[in-house]
Design a protein around this ligand. Structure first.
Ligand code: SF4
Ligand code: SF4
Ligand code: SF4
Length: 334
């Protein structure tokens, strides 16, 4: 009789599905995963049901990779269920680790989010102006949707996650390295550690040269074509590689796209948005002329920062659930 393989689960909560695609992007190495684990739960790929998980003894799943933020009561219930059933629970990807892009909705109340999604978004075709309710009656019976939580949470806001793997999504090479490490039985780092990333900044992995120049202002990506081998930030593009944890091999700047910070701030104790803002501000020299009055100095600074049209979405793109701003329960309307 062959020994049973340890069980592996992957779950998506408020997720775009990109984290599952990242796992699929390990390509044929998925066979290694299959060789080491009984990959038994993944709603994107497998037909295992929630009741099958409920029927397992507690701790029966060896490793659960949980992606997506917690937006609904159902997300919360699954987080609690999988915590109970898993020996190791990993917040997989920036949505689970720090709230990610879904947590940008925490700027607004639920009414505003629903109206934007179903009534006001460009390109909608909703002539009856319908907004999904929590329940409705159809000829076959009552249908229900899980209620929203008041605000989007990261996984560890609701349950104790053993580890986090940052990235939006985590890079396939990093996923494979983590899975191989866990499968090998080698000692794991202390609980609460980050997996699948570097302790150094994206800049340390970036092939672009720094020339110690300050940019006069920040540029939107469409405003200029960046020079090939020169640091994007020094050219004025809002690249957050200086303050972002590495591990992606500078994927974005290597292809001329500024780093938007998906691996999270290098310093875990810092406020991510404040760190991102100071990273960009420190790279600018909006110019100063002797005798310049305060008004024109401010105007110069405003012009220099105008390349960031959406400050909250730039500085807290992946982390809004994780900041002091996170507890704003009331509507913040434009
Ligand atoms: S971390 Fe990124 S890729 Fe993964 S679910 Fe969230 S948005 Fe999608
Ligand atoms: S700031 Fe961006 S472009 Fe410049 S070196 Fe760092 S990662 Fe590369
Ligand atoms: S360069 Fe920045 S945004 Fe791009 S994958 Fe790496 S950490 Fe994420």
């Amino acid at each position: 009789m062959t020994a049973q393989k340890p069980k592996l689960a992957m779950y998506w909560a408020a997720s775009c599905g990109g984290c599952e695609i990242a796992l699929a992007n390990i390509h044929e190495a998925i066979l290694e995963v299959d060789a080491h684990f009984d990959f038994m739960f993944c709603p994107c790929l497998l037909d295992t049901k929630k009741k099958d998980i409920e029927a397992l003894p507690d701790g029966a799943i060896f490793l659960t990779l949980f992606n997506g933020a917690l937006r609904t009561e159902e997300n919360l219930e699954m987080a609690r269920l999988l915590r109970r059933k898993s020996q190791l629970l990993v917040a997989f990807g920036s949505c689970a680790a720090t709230g990610g892009i879904p947590s940008l909705a925490n700027q607004h109340g639920i009414e505003h989010v629903l109206e934007t999604a179903f009534l006001n978004a460009p390109g909608l075709d909703n002539p009856e102006r319908l907004i999904p309710g929590e329940s409705c009656t159809v000829p076959d019976g009552e249908l229900s949707l899980p209620p929203f939580l008041q605000r989007v949470l990261a996984l560890h806001d609701a349950v104790a996650a053993d580890y986090s793997m940052p990235g939006c999504p985590p890079e396939p090479e990093q996923i494979l390295a983590v899975v191989r490490h866990v499968a090998s039985g080698a000692p794991l780092p202390p609980t609460g550690s980050l997996l699948g990333c570097s302790a150094r900044a994206v800049c340390d992995e970036c092939p672009r040269e720094k020339r110690n120049r300050l940019a006069p202002r920040l540029l939107r990506p469409f405003e200029a074509v960046p020079a090939d081998d020169w640091c994007l930030l020094e050219q004025g593009f809002a690249c957050l590689g200086t303050s972002t944890r590495g591990g992606c091999q500078a994927l974005c700047p290597a292809t001329a796209m500024p780093c938007t910070g998906c691996y999270g701030p290098l310093d875990r104790d810092s406020d991510p948005g404040a760190t991102a803002l100071s990273t960009l501000a420190a790279a600018l020299d909006p110019g100063s002329a002797p005798g310049q009055d305060e008004g024109s100095l401010h105007a110069g600074l405003r012009a220099a920062l105008a390349g960031v049209p959406d400050p909250l979405g730039t500085f807290y793109r992946y982390t809004l659930a994780e900041t002091v701003l996170a507890d704003r329960a009331t509507e913040v309307e434009p």
